[in-house]
Design a protein around this ligand. Sequence first.
Ligand SMILES: Cc1cc2nc3c(=O)[nH]c(=O)nc-3n(C[C@H](O)[C@H](O)[C@H](O)COP(=O)(O)OP(=O)(O)OC[C@H]3O[C@@H](n4cnc5c(N)ncnc54)[C@H](O)[C@@H]3O)c2cc1C
Length: 652
Amino acid sequence: MKESTITYNNKKIRIITAPAAVVGSGAAGFCAALRLHEYGVKDALLVTDGMKRGTSRNTGSDKQTYYKMNISGNAADCPAEMAKDFFSGGCVDGDNAYAEAANSLKCFLKLCELGVPFPTNRLGEYIGYQTDHDTRARATSAGPLTSKFMTEALEAAVLKENIDILDGSLVVSIIKAGEKVCGLLALDTRSLDKEFILIKTNNVVWATGGPAGMYADSVYPVSQCGMSGAAFEAGAEGKNLTEWQYGLASVNPRWNVSGTYMQVIPRFVSVDSEGKEYEFLAEHFGSDIKRALSLVFRKGYQWPFDCKKALTGSSLIDLLVYREKVLRGRKVYLDFRKNPFGIESFSASILDDEGRDYLVSAKADFGTPIERLRHMNDPAYQLYLEKGVDLEKEMLEISLSAQHNNGGIDVDLWWQTSVPGLFAAGEVAGTHGIVRPGGSALNAGQVGGTRAAQYIARRGDFTEPGDEEFLSAAEKHIEKFSELCEAITSKGESNIRSLRAEITDRMSMSGAAIRNAEKIKVTLSSAKETLVKFGEIASAEKNELADALRLRDTLACQVVYLSSMLDYIEKGGKSRGSSLYTSENGTAPEGLGDVFAFELDEDLIGDRVQTVKLDPDTLEVICGERNVRPLPEGGGFFENEWKRYREDGNVY
Ligand SMILES: Cc1cc2nc3c(=O)[nH]c(=O)nc-3n(C[C@H](O)[C@H](O)[C@H](O)COP(=O)(O)OP(=O)(O)OC[C@H]3O[C@@H](n4cnc5c(N)ncnc54)[C@H](O)[C@@H]3O)c2cc1C
């Protein structure tokens, strides 16, 4: 690591020079850093605000899925078929889809070699199962903590190679010389005085994860906030920002309540501010117990909220939870201690054939939800117990929560953004569309990190700008953030927590699974105002500066994301994927009244993507539209492709 210091306004600032820098220590960031090293960029630097922070390291689900090409038995699979499945998610660029398919095995087998315990059969085959939007049983899993195992294995490899790591450094701004990246500005969160550090580099892989910090109702781990705002402020274009995944999750700990948690048919309860309890499914479905409970059962494997299932299908349950919490201001819980609808003696015959057969086969046609849960899947009970919640004794608070951003920063075939020298990999990059196969996010992060590293190693700009040239580009960033930090820390009592709660609550109420143009306008305008006056409004102790700057980034993200949602509505966009746009002309889901009326985007405008660019000075967001890049043919004549490959750089 090459280091120097400069003095700026009587303060010493460290400058670290590196041929390339990766920002983020999630599965995608570690992968990119390791690949850079393997491909010959030996002095690349990994910058992170905390080695163990982020989604990959701290999240999971009952069977956390990794999506890869099927290489078991007599499965007929190939890049072209896999790419077709990615592409069919709608609004997906064909070259990204193809590259994610073509590089799937390389990335998956690398993880296996590094020690991620993906299971094999006795013959050594990596057997697969079918996940959602999957045609060829491509899914695999190392258990509930697949992504954690991935980060651990990748981190060990990064440490083994002695790759330089700058830990405890929150990157707050991307510095450009003209149109190109030339460095980063980071807050040294571990220094007593919270000093800034400059990183001089022309090649940056932005692997900061999804912009999780935008939502109050969220199943992202608390340590994941994201920093997409800084990339937008640097001029990177966004794509498909409207496309998310939302679903039912517990609030504390944050965990998806999918699979067995639903299949054991818990009781859904809401509690108002006076402590009065409501069994709201019973209120809604009345005597139609079979339908209500069969929909709950189905939520087990239909986890994400899906507009197509919102009129009469299992997503009605998500809407009912949302209504209790957001519209009626109550807390919502799952109660595993008692059967729903006052059932005293449970029999699976109360469910439709599917649910009944399942529970009978699992020999769980008896007792209370907790008894069925412990019988069918005791680890699912233990999981909460280890996190301090005993489902035998207490109810579990839940909400309809943000889980994954399918869109993000727009990238090309090599995961380079619209800003030369700035690459995006992992969830921050928007390579998915309206829907995606389960597990494809983890595949995309590995492929993105690999592709970006390959390109940088071959085509990166490794000329080192002189100190003077670099400082003149960096100066305005140092000045802006120094002044902001000064203003934030000069007031006394901190309000960062309450400000975050207020800002993220507004987003969850207007720009989450249920979106309404009027509410979005109000939230957008207050996000803009708070961002503009952030230095005046925000107040923090020095040791909270990092949180304050994360909050500032969250606001910038909200401005961009809410603008994209508003533009989508104004251009006639309708409900699709996990996002329901309310519409006066729409149909109301069964028994829910006009407040949830919506129109389904029947023909999915899957061949067009929305693009988004922020003007950081005016906070105006320019939204455009373009055709998706088509699916490439792939394959080729060996001698010709070999020649192209040999003649250095021709595949890049
Ligand atoms: C509950 C849940 C279940 C999921 N299940 C699945 C599944 O089954 N299959 C699947 O494919 N996907 C799943 N996902 C999604 C998947 O886990 C994530 O998309 C993926 O882990 C993101 O990896 P990443 O490396 O891009 O980002 P992250 O793992 O979030 O890492 C981001 C990193 O960037 C760092 N960082 C952020 N900002 C800065 C900054 N300014 N400066 C320095 N460092 C910074 C963070 O500290 C962190 O280290 C799930 C997600 C959730 C929440």
